[in-house]
Design a protein around this ligand. Structure first.
Ligand code: ADP
Ligand code: MG
Length: 222
């Protein structure tokens, strides 16, 4: 499903280098990523999703070598295949909650918005406890609500891979468990693999595997 080999990446300012000799995920596998702040977890998710491009190495997702695609093709590949819950949510302030959730269907011309999608959106919003917020703008939501909207947007399209960057970080214990259940359930329904960065050590036993990021020799000299 996902195969990373001989990956190397540095930011332009040279302050941070990431090296991953090999990392493999099977279809449907649920992997947790842990590691100290600044160790490169978000950087890795950006590389996997093709938001950033590695200096060396390959990232293959479902037999497509993502790092070799042109910008536009990479964006379309991401829209079609990868759900991403960003650490800072990246909701669009000028769109209502509903329009944020449906946004992936309105860009790139890759995903088709039909009635069944709208119905699923409203079910998902209910499950996530934001159904009564659909007409609001993100600026008028709490952190936890924004996070749940971001999760809703990432889970609505059916995809092969879901990346979640501290997706339970801003939630109370009860919501953490609910959201994790939902992440697992959505990933399971779609037979998607789930790669989740988390600091919630009490949740780790629920994953198939835990990867400690320090093993990737992320090296911070800056
Ligand atoms: P984590 O998600 O594990 O907390 P990040 O991947 O966000 O870590 O960051 C890893 C390192 O790269 C940090 O030292 C951070 O300061 C640095 N970094 C992150 N984004 C950039 C950027 N756009 N330009 C330069 N350095 C960056
Ligand atoms: Mg991070």
């Amino acid at each position: 499903m996902l195969k990373i080999q001989s990956l190397a990446f540095s930011y332009d300012d040279g302050g941070f280098h990431l090296q991953i000799p090999e990392f493999i995920m099977k279809p449907g596998e649920r992997v947790a990523v842990i590691g100290p702040s600044g160790s490169g977890k978000t950087t890795l998710l950006n590389l996997i999703s093709g938001i950033t491009i590695p200096e060396r190495g390959t990232i293959v997702i479902d037999e497509e070598e993502v790092n070799r695609l042109e910008d536009q093709a990479r964006r379309r590949f991401r829209l079609r295949n990868i759900g991403f819950v960003f650490q800072d949510f990246e909701l669009l302030d000028y769109l209502s909650v509903l329009d944020n959730i449906l946004h992936p269907y309105r860009i790139g011309g890759v995903l088709k918005l039909d009635r069944s999608v709208r119905e699923r959106a409203s079910r998902l919003a209910s499950r996530l406890g934001v159904a009564d917020k659909l007409q609001r703008y993100p600026g008028r939501l709490s952190q936890g609500e924004r996070q749940r909207v971001a999760i809703c947007r990432a889970l609505l399209p059916k995809r092969k891979l879901v990346l979640a960057d501290e997706a339970t970080g801003n939630l109370d214990p009860e919501n953490k468990i609910r959201i994790l259940d939902l992440l697992f359930e959505s990933a399971g329904e779609q037979d998607a693999a789930l790669l989740a960065v988390t600091h919630d050590h009490e949740l780790l036993t629920r994953f198939d595997r835990v990867v400690d990021f320090r093993l990737f020799r992320g090296e911070n000299s800056g």
